[in-house]
Design a protein around this ligand. Structure first.
Ligand code: ATP
Length: 245
């Protein structure tokens, strides 16, 4: 029962056989928790997320040291489709919707693993989480606001009934009010559905406010970790990541 949902042990990731983007990173995501991975641009957050999602190949990247377990099972050699089948689904940075398809068809695109009978319930669940999308179900995704597109991207990931949802910078480029809305929904997913969430963010103050635990990366390494509460009280975090003093 105490097996973490995701456990990363001392991984090193290299791009092009030479550039070490991630060094000796370890982290744990416990079931039912929101765990945040924070740090500035280029710190290595996205690379860690790509490593655990099995998509490094596409960028000539590889895990050359360390191990990753998803629900107790080694996945560091698995490709993305296998990892999705094991229950971890990623919402990529920049959302990557099908711009010419409707909201509803974008959601269905995430549902290929579900039986026909589960589809209606899955859609219902997404529209309940994001009521704004109800009136837009037939709207082409390219016409939506950035916030609505992010909602569709999260909704599409939820359609495959993940056990662990990994989000890459969901707040990127969104207005503060919309960010608040998205983060409320993320919290709701944990609180009401018990979903386990790995949240990669540059917006440290928002992420620390909703996460159970967080890791902060700099230059490819984890430099600090603790509960959201501990990190919000940490003097360095306050100065360098929250802009407080
Ligand atoms: P961002 O917020 O910009 O996504 P990040 O913290 O997620 O930043 P990464 O994108 O993981 O950081 O980048 C970590 C390091 O790896 C950076 O030095 C970056 O230049 C390098 N890097 C990232 N992707 C590649 C790639 N495809 N090929 C070579 N180097 C890369």
């Amino acid at each position: 029962a105490d097996t973490p949902a995701l456990a990363v042990h001392n991984i090193q990731v290299v791009y092009g056989g030479a550039i070490e983007a991630v060094r000796d990173v370890s982290l744990e995501v416990r079931a039912g928790q929101i765990v945040a991975l924070l740090g500035s641009n280029g710190a290595g957050k996205s690379t860690v997320l790509k490593a655990v999602s099995g998509v490094l190949d596409a960028e000539d990247g590889e895990i050359d040291k360390g191990s990753i377990q998803l629900f107790g099972r080694a996945i560091e050699k698995d490709a993305a489709p296998e990892i999705v089948r094991q229950g971890m689904v990623q919402v990529p940075e920049g959302r990557r919707l099908f711009a010419t398809l409707t909201v509803e068809d974008n959601l269905l695109a995430g549902a290929h693993l579900r039986s026909r009978s589960e589809l209606a319930a899955a859609k219902e669940y997404v529209f309940k989480l994001f009521p704004r999308l109800v009136d837009k179900r037939s709207t082409v995704a390219g016409y939506l606001s950035g916030g609505e597109q992010q909602m569709v991207a999260i909704g599409r990931a939820l359609m495959s009934a993940p056990k662990l949802l990994a989000l890459d910078e969901p707040s990127l480029g969104l207005a503060p009010l919309v960010v608040a809305e998205i983060f409320n929904s993320i919290r709701q997913l944990r609180d009401q559905s018990g979903l386990t969430i790995l949240l990669v963010e540059q917006n440290a103050s928002r992420a620390l406010a909703i996460c159970d635990y967080a890791y902060i990366m700099e230059n490819g390494r984890v430099v600090l970790d603790g509960t959201g509460e501990q990190l919000r009280r940490n003097a360095d975090v306050r100065e360098f990541y929250l802009g407080l003093s």
